[in-house]
Design a binder for this molecule. Structure first.
Ligand SMILES: [Zn+2]
Length: 289
């Protein structure tokens, strides 16, 4: 199996991105893994610190290892990890990537904490990829009433170049037009997120690193395509899956008022999540759908 680093290099040549999907239960995990296997496309699964309270780092690593043994080209990421202690636990559990996120701190503190994190985490596993974050992309993958004002402050490419060089990170998460979560008009499909494509190109050129798009849910398809062309190599989608999980469960509860078998009630969530993951993986890999 190719390493995540190799997949990202290949993506730069082929102008594709690997899809990253969060999970916090077995239904979403199976839906993501099955979509990846059926399309023969690599995929990343991620757990935020909150999601790691539902699925422990060691459990997640065991699930990924089992899926690999079943032929799924799957990688595990510790999404938005705010403390070095939590990052070390993920590194020791065998994660492929860790997002060390000190982006809420002033620039100098973010820089110093990220330098320290890269040094400490690479001691545990030199092959581990570390993603640093610069700029505001929001906190929670939920349905929002308004777009947060801070999300209009985008990452400066020159500062990003300095940040990447000084920290030694492998991947950069900048603010380029998205934020975590979706506003209601995006859930109904009446509104979409738009990306600052020239900025993505500059960030890619200035840093020479793969760029990750966070908060991809609700982004216009053509923006995804142009963003990947410009340098996005990892694209995160979470809120769309959470909505699908909930809507699928609601449908099951409505249709099967007397059913109590969890795996039967989960069926609609599984089907909906898998549909979204399949469509996104095809889009990110330039496969018509
Ligand atoms: Zn994120």
């Amino acid at each position: 199996m190719k390493s995540l680093r190799e997949i990202l290099i290949e993506g730069a040549q082929k102008k594709t991105a690997i899809g990253h999907f969060n999970f916090s239960d077995l239904t979403a995990f199976r839906a993501i893994a099955d979509a990846s296997r059926e399309l023969s496309l690599p995929v990343m699964v991620g757990l935020s610190e909150g999601e790691r309270t539902a699925v422990s780092p060691k459990t997640a690593a065991a699930l990924v290892s089992a899926a690999r043994a079943e032929g799924v080209h799957i990688f595990l990421n510790a999404d938005h990890t705010h403390s070095l202690d939590a990052a070390k636990i993920a590194a020791e559990a065998g994660f492929d990537e860790i997002i060390f996120d000190a982006s809420r701190l002033p620039y100098e503190e973010n820089l110093q904490q990220t330098i320290d994190a890269v040094r400490e985490l690479k001691k545990i596993n030199p092959e581990l990829l570390i993603e640093g974050e610069l700029g505001f992309i929001g906190a929670n993958s939920q349905v929002l009433d308004v777009v947060p004002e801070e999300s209009r402050r985008f990452t400066d490419p020159a500062q990003a170049a300095e940040f990447c060089k000084a920290t030694g990170i492998d991947v950069l998460a900048p603010a380029v037009g998205t934020m975590h979560g979706m506003v209601r008009a995006m859930v109904s499909g009446n509104e979409h997120k738009h990306l600052d494509i020239p900025r993505i190109k500059q960030l890619s050129d200035f840093t020479g690193l793969p760029i990750t798009l966070h908060g991809g849910s609700g982004t216009e398809d053509s923006d995804f395509v142009a963003g990947i062309e410009a340098g996005l190599r990892i694209v995160h989608v979470n809120t769309e899956l959470r909505l699908a999980w909930r809507e699928g469960m609601q449908q099951s509860l409505d249709e099967l008022p007397n059913e109590i078998a969890p795996y039967k009630l989960m069926k609609n969530s599984y089907v909906r999540i898998k549909e979204i993951v399949s469509a996104r993986l095809k889009l990110f890999n330039q496969i018509p759908y």
